[in-house]
Design a protein around this ligand. Sequence first.
Ligand SMILES: [Zn+2]
Length: 182
Amino acid sequence: MDENDASAAPKPAFRRAAAGPGTAARLRDDARRGVGRKTSVRVGRTRVGDGVFARKWYRGDEIVGEIEGSRITDEQYSSEYCMDLEDGSCLEPEAPFRFLNHSCDPNCRFNWHDLRQEGKAGLRRRVFLFALRTIRPDEELTIDYGWPASYAIPCRCGSASCRGWVVAEEELSAVVAAQSVE
Ligand SMILES: [Zn+2]
């Protein structure tokens, strides 16, 4: 890939986990109810360091918890754990969700919702972890980091559909192309 070709990189190449807007009205209602709810997860060891594990059953679309952390408005900021809120800011998560590992076949994803705040005007963008399918107790919770190609590292997620790299699906071809040049 030609690094000077700006059109080849439409998205800013910061290392941030992808989060998306939660749109369905029902999920918005769930998110409202999920605010402040205690989460039933634990942090434990995995073969790639710490990870987050379910302590109960979750059904698909269920909220596992709200991601708490510090809001960073520096548009250039990037880190291994921060999540893109798509409004120029990102969220640097606290434990336990700070320790979510990547999988190319994840069982969770981040959605943000703009929620009204109790007794205050305006909306606040808050991030929730949603189960993508049924999750059983002691199963590790994973997300797709969706990193840009410039931050790709070899993936050891072990899923049948592993892309071989921790990288966004749409950026995989850029990583493979860069490898064949070296
Ligand atoms: Zn993988």
